[in-house]
Design a protein around this ligand. Structure first.
Ligand SMILES: Cc1cc2nc3c(=O)[nH]c(=O)nc-3n(C[C@H](O)[C@H](O)[C@H](O)COP(=O)(O)OP(=O)(O)OC[C@H]3O[C@@H](n4cnc5c(N)ncnc54)[C@H](O)[C@@H]3O)c2cc1C
Length: 243
C-alpha cells in the first residue's frame, strides 16, 4: 500500500495570462498560490504537485512547479485547454482556495552536477525549467546551459524577457517556431527540434545532462534521437505529460 501524500490548502494569490489564445494555441496562465499555514512545501526544482479543487474530490491533475523552492509561494504555468480540469481552473479567482499534494517526481534538478546542461522543452513543458533557472538565480550559480524551446508561434513563448535575464548565469536560448510562417524579423529557429539543430548549437552531445519536458511523442522522439547518437540513457532526464 502506498502512503497517502500530504495535502495542504493554498490560497490563489494571483492568476495571470502569460500567453494569449490564437486559432491553434491555448493560452497559458500563471497560478501563484500561497500556503494558508505560511509554510511552503519543501521540494526540489523539477518536481510536480497535484491540484484538487476540493479536498475530497476524486478529480485532480498534476502540474510541474514553475517557482523556485526558495520562494514562500508555488507558481504553476497551466495551458488552459478547456478540458475536464482546466475548465474548472478557469472558473477560479484570486483569493479562492485549492489543495495541493506534497511535491514529488524524479525529474529533479541537481544544481551541484558539474556537467553542461541541455534543457529541451515543448510548449508549456517550459514550466519546470523556470523553477530550475529561478533556483539557480537564487543560488547565484553559473552553469554552461543551453535551452531548446519549441513553440507553435512566437506569441506562445512564456516570459522570454525573464528567460533572457538568465543569460548572465550561462544560459543560451534557442527558440524554434513550428507553425509560424518565415519572418525576416525572427532570428531564431524554425521547425521541430532535431539532431541537426542540436548539433548546430552543442559542440558535443556527450558528457552533458539532458532534461526534456513535454508531451509523450515529443519526449520519445528526442530520447530516440539522443540514444541513437550515443548519449547514455542515464544522462537523459525526462518529464512526460501524457499526450
Ligand atoms: C507530471 C505532470 C506534470 C504536468 N505539468 C503540467 C504543467 O506544468 N502545465 C500544464 O499545462 N499541464 C501539465 N500537465 C498536464 C496536466 O496534468 C493535465 O493533463 C492538463 O492540464 C489537461 O487536463 P484537463 O483535465 O483540462 O484535460 P482532459 O479533460 O484530461 O483532456 C482533454 C483532452 O485534451 C487533449 N489535450 C491534452 N493536452 C492538450 C494540449 N496541450 N493541446 C490540445 N489538446 C490537449 C487530450 O486529447 C485530452 O484527451 C502535467 C502532467 C503531468 C503528468
Amino acid at each position: 500500500m502506498t502512503a497517502k501524500l500530504m495535502m495542504k490548502d493554498f490560497k490563489i494569490e494571483s492568476i495571470k495570462e502569460l500567453t494569449k489564445m490564437t486559432s491553434d494555441s491555448f493560452p497559458i496562465n500563471s497560478f501563484k498560490m500561497i500556503p494558508n499555514d505560511g509554510k511552503n512545501f519543501d521540494f526540489k526544482a523539477g518536481m510536480f504537485s497535484s491540484i484538487y479543487i476540493h479536498k475530497d474530490d476524486k478529480l485532480f491533475r498534476s502540474y510541474s512547479i514553475a517557482s523556485s523552492p526558495s520562494e514562500n509561494y508555488i507558481e504553476f504555468m497551466i495551458e488552459m485547454i478547456n478540458g475536464k480540469f482546466t475548465s474548472l481552473l478557469a472558473n477560479l479567482s484570486e483569493g479562492d482556495e485549492v489543495f495541493l499534494t506534497e511535491p514529488k517526481g524524479t525529474f529533479i534538478f541537481d544544481p551541484d552536477d558539474e556537467r553542461d546542461i541541455t534543457f529541451i522543452a515543448a510548449g508549456v513543458g517550459i514550466a519546470p525549467f523556470f523553477s530550475m533557472l529561478r533556483y539557480l538565480k537564487y543560488l547565484n550559480k553559473r552553469k554552461n546551459m543551453t535551452l531548446f524551446y519549441s513553440v507553435k508561434h512566437k506569441t506562445d513563448i512564456v516570459n522570454l524577457t525573464e528567460l533572457k535575464s538568465y543569460e548572465y548565469l550561462g544560459l543560451k536560448i534557442h527558440v524554434t517556431l513550428t507553425r509560424d510562417p518565415l519572418d525576416r524579423m525572427w532570428d531564431g529557429e524554425y521547425g521541430r527540434i532535431n539532431l541537426e539543430m542540436l548539433n548546430k548549437y552543442l559542440t558535443n552531445l556527450n558528457n552533458r545532462v539532458f532534461y526534456i519536458c513535454g508531451g509523450i511523442k515529443f519526449v520519445k522522439d528526442l530520447v530516440d534521437i539522443l540514444i541513437n547518437s550515443g548519449v547514455k540513457d542515464d544522462d537523459i532526464k525526462r518529464d512526460i505529460w501524457g499526450e
